[in-house]
Structures are given as structure tokens and as C-alpha cells.
Design a protein around this ligand. Structure first.
Ligand code: PRX
Length: 627
């Protein structure tokens, strides 16, 4: 932790949107509501709020109550006058090199048309539309169209598979599903529609399924239920004019499911008002957004990073964003660098896994391209190891671009701990709290642990971008996040961390049964239940172990039905089974056949014992072990 600082250049300092941190931070804490009111005032409201923060029903905080707003009014409508109207909103490139771009004017047209289509299908304010798509412009149009008419979207990552999709459709009780025939990955078509069809069979609430023609795969369509997107967009009902629904600040914008400690994914609920204020402010300040920027968030819209910083934050800030559907190293490891040069990307925001993945090909791939347009780099999703940080900084950023390492979660909506471009950096630390936030590292009683010691990461205050609840389970929301330190009003992040003598925060990792595999968030319970759904398996345990590229790799232990023998063939079959149920990202690195699993007397699997054994470490306190 005794790292040397990396200081910003004079050029970075001279152009900073936020030229000073300490004093402004103090103000944002002492006068939190005034700070957020100032930020909210930069957005367009149909009607101003009565109260900035309503904390009368903790932990169900509300922000900007009484205010009327729609995030689309801010992300699109208000950009339709003046010069921004013809500015590019989205530049999309497919893996094959096809390019489609949309000005704000064109984006508005596409969104209005699809909004009218959704309305004609009976979608109303308050409904939840499930979206399961590859990373194509229509994914953004579908999300934005829902928000425009006041329906909430529930985007399910296109890399997820049948069971994951079915469980999310069922929990949201969605009537409408928007999907595509499929996408492309490494030159091969991927199939989404048949997965969607199977999921609809398992969760029959879907009455209308709209499919985008994208990769041309043959698909099975059912009359009455299935429609082609492009057919609908060319009907007279798909008029390019549509009013934006006036929403309460606290109305639901979207649900996004994430993994937790149980097999059932949690649908985190975000709102129109607070989320718009939070994503726009964090994006503008942490990434120093200028009108001429070309912003590339190389995430997938199916995750919170894509929601907040590929779509909503950048569009509210009238940025030009880059979207790329495909693998970073296809057809060559220079693909991304070629795109940076081609589009003059000024800011690249990605994950440590992607950086490590490209780093392994060496420096020569990026050296062929002119990366001088880059002025800032970002990282998200997992701790970035100093080696990858330095490569990113020196080789990609030419030792010129500060690395904005942003710590946050699906639950937080936006950045909670991150540097500003002016902040001196230490590789591997997300540095300091964002404005308005007080961060602590505490023990079980909620007391601050000594400097440099590991403890539990907490946020000591509410913030506008916070998830408001877990869809359908407010009790679980209150207990899970706010229950441990209810007396103090702290939010428990589920991560362990340290704070060093300079006040810099170092994230160590998850403390619960959540794994970050290539930055993707997966629950051990989901993987286990996928394994147990195979007829050969009676019990299963999943743990995470360090993996050079992915950060964490999934390792599993399986008890077979009596009489069955675990062999290589079954191991492969079980790995494929998990990939088919949950998605390829959840494929275990290993399946070990065991006779028993270490359990507590109450029957809970002691994963930490499995982990310690696998790593050859001390197994710790075994007093609760059953046998
Ligand atoms: O463990 C932390 C890790 O990702 C978790 C949140 O995952 P998810 O909800 O999928 O959101 C990821 C994108 C915001 C956190 O609890 N994490 C996220 N960002 C960082 C991180 N760990 C270390 N450094 C980060 N910058």
C-alpha cells in the first residue's frame, strides 16, 4: 500500500471540470442536500421538487420528492434544439465492421417509433418490459423507448441463458419481451431467439415477443405472440412523434437483476429522478466530460455499467458514445486500438479483465495505432492489479491519461469511490469517495478499524443514485443492505476493504457468496442450483479461486446420485450444462466429484473450508463443522 503517487499533468489540471477536491468534498458532506440540489438543477424538470431528501421512512430514502421529470426528457428531448440535435449520439460498430451512427435527432426518431410500437402492444406506465439482446443499437432504442413511455425495463444480459432469463421474466412478471435472432461473437452467430423461446416456455407470462433481425439465423416464430421489430417499425402506428411521459422523480425507471447470496436473483429498482442526477453528475465530474468527447464504455448494456455509463449518463451529458458488438481481440488483438484511432476516442472505460486479456498479447498491437486522442482511461468491476494498471497507463495511455478506477455496484447506480482527473493516483486504489459520500471500513459493530487494516466497506449516508428497493421484496432490501448497522444508518456494500494513511480506499473483494468472474457478478448459489438441476447431481458447492485473466475462476464440487461414477465425460457434460442453463460466463473451470461436502450443523455448506483446502491454507475455525 506504500505506493508512489502518479500526478496529473498540467494539461489535465488546466482543463479539469472540477479543479479542486478537498474543499468541495467537505461542502458536499456538510451540505449534502444543497450539493445535490445544485446538481439536480442542471437537469430539466417538468416541475421542481419539494424536498431534496426524504428520510422519514429509513432505509427507504426518497430523493427530489414532488419533482416531475423523465430521464428521456434529459437524455434526448432537450438535446433536440440547437447544435446538439445533429451531433452524433451513438456510433455503433459490429464485429464484422459494419457501422451505424445516429444523431440525437435520429436517435429520437428511432426511440419515438419504438415507443409507439410498445404502446400499440398495450405497454403502459408501470409495466416491466424484459429486454434480451446482443449489443446492437436496437437494445438502446428499446431501453429508451420504455423509459419514454414510463414503462420500466428489465435488461437481461445477452450472454445469459435459459434459466437465468426465465427466472428474471418470472420475477418481473413481464408481458412483453424484446429480443433478437442473435448476435455475433468471434465471427460466429450466437443464438438468442431459441433461448428466449425456451425461457418463455418455462415462464409463460410473456404475451408479446418482438424480435430484431440481426444475424439472420433461422428462428421459430409463433403466430399471435411473435413479431418482427422491423415489420412493426414500418407500420403507421410507429409514428416518429411520441410524447414523453411525465414521471414522478421516484417512479421506477428500471429493474436490473444481480446475483446475491441466494439462488434467486435480486431485482434492484432504480428511479427516474435520483438516478438521472447521480449518473449525469458522476460521469461529468469523474470523467471531465467535454462537448467534443468521444466516450467509449466498453461494457455491455446488460449490466449496470452499461445502463449508467454507456446509455444514461453519457446521453444526459449529450456525449457521443461508441458501442461495439464483439470480442476485443477479434479478428486481431488490435481491434480496440484500431477503433480508438478510427473514431478518435477520447475516453475509454473498461474492466481489468479486458485490460489483462489484451495485455497478454504484448505492446506491439497498440503500437500500430495512433492513440493520442485518448485523454482519460477508466476501470470498473473488480480490483485492478498494479501490473495491469501500469500497462494500461503507460502503453495505452502513453503515461498521459489518468486512470479513473471507479468502485460502485448495481445497487449504488453510479460511482461511489473514484478519483477525479486531478487526483494523484495509486495503482490499484479507487482513491477517495465521490462527492456527498462518506465511506468507512468497519468491524462487525460498525466501528472504524485502524488505518491499513481490513474491514467491511460501508457507505454512511444515502445518495441520489441508490437502488430504492429489491423488486417485490422490500424486507430483503432493508435487511440485506441496511440491517447490519441499522443503529448507525450505514449501507453494507458486501466488500472488504482497507483505507491507508492517505485516506485512499483499497477494495479487496467480496465477502459474501458473490463471485466476480471476468468482472461479471455471479452467485455461488445460482451455479450450484444449475448443477443440481442436472439429473446426475444431488448436491453441489461452488467457490471462486484466483484466475490470472478472469480475476476469479469458478471451481465446483459435486455429489453424484448413488451408483454414478464421476469421469471426464460427466465433468464436461456438467460444465456444458451450467453454460446452457446460466450462460457461458458461468462455466466452471473444474468439477470435482466428492463423497461429502463440509457443512455446518445447520446444513450450510462451508465454502470457506473448501477454498482454504484448495489454496492449501489454514482451514480456520472448524468448530461449527458437522463432522
Ligand atoms: O466487489 C465490488 C466489485 O464489483 C461489485 C459490484 O458488482 P456489480 O453490481 O456487478 O457492479 C459492477 C460494476 C459497477 C462490488 O461489490 N467492484 C466494482 N468496481 C470495482 C470493484 N472492485 C474493485 N474495484 C472497483 N473499481
Amino acid at each position: 500500500m506504500a505506493e508512489r503517487f502518479y500526478y496529473p499533468s498540467d494539461e489535465v489540471l488546466a482543463q479539469a471540470n472540477v479543479p479542486e477536491y478537498e474543499q468541495r468534498y467537505r461542502y458536499s458532506i456538510e451540505q449534502r442536500e444543497a450539493f445535490w440540489a445544485e446538481q439536480a438543477a442542471t437537469l430539466a424538470w417538468y416541475q421542481p421538487w419539494d424536498k431534496v431528501l426524504d428520510d422519514s421512512n429509513k432505509p427507504f430514502y426518497q430523493w427530489f420528492t414532488g419533482g416531475k421529470i423523465n430521464i428521456i426528457h434529459n437524455a434526448i428531448d432537450r438535446h433536440l434544439t440547437g447544435a446538439t440535435r445533429n451531433k452524433l449520439a451513438i456510433i455503433w460498430e459490429s464485429e464484422k465492421g459494419q457501422v451505424r451512427s445516429f444523431s440525437y435527432h435520429a436517435l429520437n426518431r428511432e426511440v419515438c417509433q419504438f415507443a409507439n410500437v410498445l404502446k400499440s402492444m398495450g405497454v403502459q406506465k408501470g409495466d416491466i418490459v424484459t429486454i434480451y439482446m446482443p449489443q446492437i443499437p436496437e437494445l438502446a432504442f428499446a431501453m429508451l423507448a420504455c423509459a419514454k413511455i414510463g414503462a420500466a425495463h428489465s435488461v437481461v444480459y445477452g450472454g445469459f441463458s435459459v434459466e437465468a432469463l426465465a427466472a428474471r421474466i418470472e420475477d418481473a412478471d413481464s408481458r412483453v419481451l424484446v429480443t433478437a435472432d442473435g448476435g455475433f461473437r468471434r465471427g460466429k452467430p450466437t443464438d438468442l431467439k431459441s433461448i428466449a423461446n425456451e425461457a418463455m416456455q418455462r415462464s409463460p407470462s410473456i404475451e408479446v415477443c418482438i424480435t430484431v433481425r440481426n444475424n439472420g439465423l433461422e428462428v421459430q416464430m409463433e403466430s399471435e405472440r411473435d413479431f418482427w421489430y422491423h415489420d412493426l417499425q414500418s407500420l403507421p402506428i410507429a409514428s416518429p412523434r411520441c410524447d414523453t411521459e411525465v414521471m414522478d422523480a421516484e417512479d421506477r425507471l428500471f429493474i436490473l437483476y444481480t446475483s446475491g447470496t441466494t439462488g434467486k436473483p435480486k431485482g434492484l429498482v432504480h428511479t427516474h429522478g435520483g438516478y438521472a442526477v447521480y449518473t449525469a453528475t458522476t460521469h461529468r465530474m469523474a470523467f471531465d466530460i467535454k462537448p467534443e468527447d468521444r466516450w467509449w464504455c466498453a461494457a455491455d448494456p446488460g449490466w449496470i455499467t452499461g445502463h449508467s455509463y454507456m446509455i444514461y449518463g453519457p446521453l444526459i451529458n449529450a456525449s457521443t458514445l461508441i458501442m461495439y458488438e464483439g470480442a476485443p481481440n477479434y479478428p486481431y488483438p488490435s481491434r480496440w486500438w484500431q477503433m480508438v484511432e478510427k473514431y478518435g476516442v477520447t475516453i475509454l472505460y473498461t474492466s481489468p479483465t479486458a485490460i489483462r486479456g489484451l495485455m497478454r498479447f504484448g505492446d506491439r498491437w497498440s503500437a500500430r495505432y495512433d492513440l493520442s486522442s485518448l485523454r482519460l482511461l477508466g476501470s470498473v468491476g473488480e480490483p485492478i492489479n498494479p501490473e495491469a494498471w501500469r500497462w494500461y497507463y503507460e502503453v495505452i495511455g502513453g503515461s498521459r491519461c489518468p486512470i479513473i478506477d471507479t468502485w460502485w455496484q448495481t445497487e449504488t447506480g453510479g460511482f461511489m469511490i473514484c478519483p477525479l482527473p486531478i487526483t494523484p493516483l495509486k495503482p490499484g486504489s479507487a482513491t477517495k469517495p465521490f462527492f456527498g459520500n462518506e465511506i468507512g471500513v468497519v468491524d462487525d459493530a460498525g466501528n472504524e478499524v485502524p488505518v491499513g487494516e481490513e474491514g467491511k466497506l460501508v457507505v454512511k449516508n444515502p445518495w441520489p443514485g441508490m437502488a430504492r428497493t429489491i423488486f417485490g421484496d422490500p424486507q430483503r432490501y432493508a435487511e440485506l443492505y441496511w440491517g447490519d448497522y441499522a443503529d448507525k444508518g450505514y449501507y453494507k456494500a458486501g466488500d472488504s476493504a482497507k483505507i491507508d494513511e492517505d485516506g485512499y480506499v483499497w477494495i479487496i473483494g467480496r465477502m459474501d457468496e458473490v463471485l466476480k468472474v471476468s468482472g461479471y457478478r455471479l452467485g455461488t448459489a445460482e451455479i450450484e442450483s444449475a448443477l443440481v438441476s442436472h439429473p446426475a447431481v444431488t448436491e453441489a458447492a461452488a467457490i471462486g479461486l484466483p484466475h490470472e485473466l478472469k480475476g476469479t475462476g469458478i471451481h465446483t464440487y459435486v455429489l453424484l446420485r448413488s451408483g454414478l461414477i464421476g469421469d471426464k465425460h460427466l465433468e464436461t457434460e456438467l460444465k456444458e450444462h451450467v453454460a446452457r442453463e446460466l450462460g457461458r460466463i458461468a462455466t466452471p473451470e473444474s468439477v470435482q466429484f466428492v463423497e461429502s461436502l463440509p457443512k455446518t450443523r445447520s446444513g450450510k455448506i462451508m465454502r470457506r473450508v473448501l477454498r482454504a483446502r484448495a489454496l492449501g491454507q489454514d482451514e480456520g475455525d472448524l468448530s461449527t463443522l458437522e463432522e
